[in-house]
Design a protein around this ligand. Structure first.
Ligand code: HAM
Length: 436
């Protein structure tokens, strides 16, 4: 009997995996340019880590965690995000003792949330993110938001909207929560059972409610921006101003509160503008400032700021909006028409791969016509044809499969010639618009 994949999971294959790698490498490269170093933390953590950080009032903790008891009777959770684990790691490894603050990390890896699968929403998905801890400054907030924007720009998604808001300092948040309590108390009888609980635990969470009738009530709720203390307002304005000075426009969205409990201060999300034929998949990435998170998991009270992108969402957008061709093809298909040449080609392919070319060759005797078909299917840029004559003369025929031009090349020159031919090939691709 066929075994189906687990609901909400997906296989990432071939060209699609290439696209993921391209996104991940670009993101890592950009983060490195900002001085962030890689960190890898475990996929499983003790459940209380997430209760304390992501928070008991969040949907993630309440409804979405993959939690199980291990054979030793401990409560273990598959991480729903990486920020909490990184704070735990900073404490475990006493990284906070480093005098060179802030600690700046980037990370990449799978996360698990038991959500209803839909476009852009999986139960196992991948995040790329960064955290900067131990240097509270609006420059630091601006740096992280800019880094995220530059990642998007570099992978071709510079048209994103950057939404920003502030949850304010303790004083602003307390006043705002009180205002929300007062407002929602008048409507709570008509609201969903989740909102009834949220009103008790954390009224901010009501603002994220997805129930259509509740959304209407939420529209009339007080706005966070009206409750910001002068200091919080000035901080937010500084972040916005610095980003503007480097050409990054932000839009204040006073309803943006984010669904994780650890945020304080500035929060932000990257969204794609509405595009015909493209599903609304939610935020491409998001993050915010957290003043108390490290202390909540047992460390010193260093503030931090971070963000995370959903790689699945970025890949979806690049594929659908930019019609990204995920079939990259190979540089060379090496063709041999008899057993002895096939054997010689095995060594030639090995040599060319060693020089960095992507090469495949045939292992079974086939006709020239059938080998050309294979080369085209594999999207090879060049075919190298090796026949008895060529072997005798120590040369090969190199055929450009786009222009059909064929050149005889001495074996000793092959590597150099291939480099120039490929450079010319890419240059012509760049200049001439794609043929219909
Ligand atoms: P988050 O908003 O929960 O924040 O997730 C960040 C991003 O992960 C989202 O914007 C989205 O692109 C992606 N994502 C979330 N859930 C799913 C899903 N079910 N399927 C596919 N993609 C998804 C955090 O996780 C915070 N840790 C971000 C952060 C880092 N804040 C500070 N530092």
């Amino acid at each position: 009997m066929e075994i189906n994949p687990v609901k909400g999971t997906h296989d990432i294959i071939g060209g699609e995996a290439n696209l993921y790698s391209m996104i991940e490498h670009t993101a890592m490269q950009v983060a490195s340019c900002y001085g962030y170093k890689e960190i890898r933390t475990p996929i499983i953590e003790h459940t209380p880590l997430f209760l304390r950080s992501v928070g008991e009032s969040s949907d993630i903790v309440n409804k979405e965690m993959y939690t199980f008891e291990d054979k030793g009777g401990r409560s273990i959770t598959l991480r729903p995000e990486l920020t909490a684990g990184i704070m735990r790691s900073i404490v475990t490894n006493k990284l906070y003792a480093n005098t060179d603050l802030p600690l700046k990390f980037f990370y990449l890896g799978p996360c698990f949330r038991y959500e209803r699968p839909q476009a852009g929403r999986y139960r196992q998905f991948n995040q790329f993110g960064v955290e900067s801890v131990g240097n509270p400054s609006f420059f630091q907030d601006a740096e992280v938001i800019a880094l995220g924007y530059r990642v998007l720009e570099t992978i071709g998604l510079g048209e994103v909207r950057v939404l920003i808001n502030s949850l304010g300092d303790e004083e602003s948040r307390t006043a705002y929560k009180e205002a929300l309590r007062k407002y929602f108390s008048k409507h709570i009888d008509k609201m969903c059972s989740d909102c009834k609980r949220r009103l008790e635990v954390n009224p901010l969470r009501i603002l994220d409610c997805k129930v259509p009738e509740d959304i209407e009530i939420v529209k009339g709720a007080p706005k966070m921006t009206d409750y910001l203390s002068p200091a919080s307002k000035a901080y937010l304005e500084s972040v916005i101003g610095i980003l503007k000075s480097i050409g990054i426009e932000t839009e204040i969205d006073s309803t943006l509160v984010r669904g994780l409990d650890y945020y304080t201060g500035v929060v932000f999300e990257y969204h794609l503008p509405k595009i015909e034929g493209v599903d609304n998949i939610g935020a491409l990435g998001a993050g915010g400032h957290y003043a108390n998170l490290l202390a909540e998991v047992g460390g010193p009270s260093y503030e931090g700021i971070g963000l995370a992108f959903g790689i699945e969402r970025l890949a979806y957008v690049i594929k659908t909006v930019h019609e990204f061709d995920t079939n990259f093809g190979i540089d060379v298909y090496l063709m041999g028409m008899n057993d002895s040449i096939i054997e010689k080609n095995f060594a030639l392919a090995d040599m060319l791969r060693g020089s960095g070319f992507s090469v495949e060759s045939n292992y079974e005797v086939k006709s020239m016509g059938s080998l050309f078909k294979t080369a085209n299917r594999k999207k090879a840029k060049f075919a190298i044809i090796v026949g008895e004559d060529e072997v005798a003369k120590k040369e090969v025929a190199v055929k450009n499969l786009k222009t059909q031009e064929q050149t005889l090349v001495k074996l000793e020159d092959l590597e150099n010639v291939l480099h120039s031919l490929l450079n010319a090939y890419y240059a012509s691709e760049y200049e001439s618009p794609k043929e219909e």
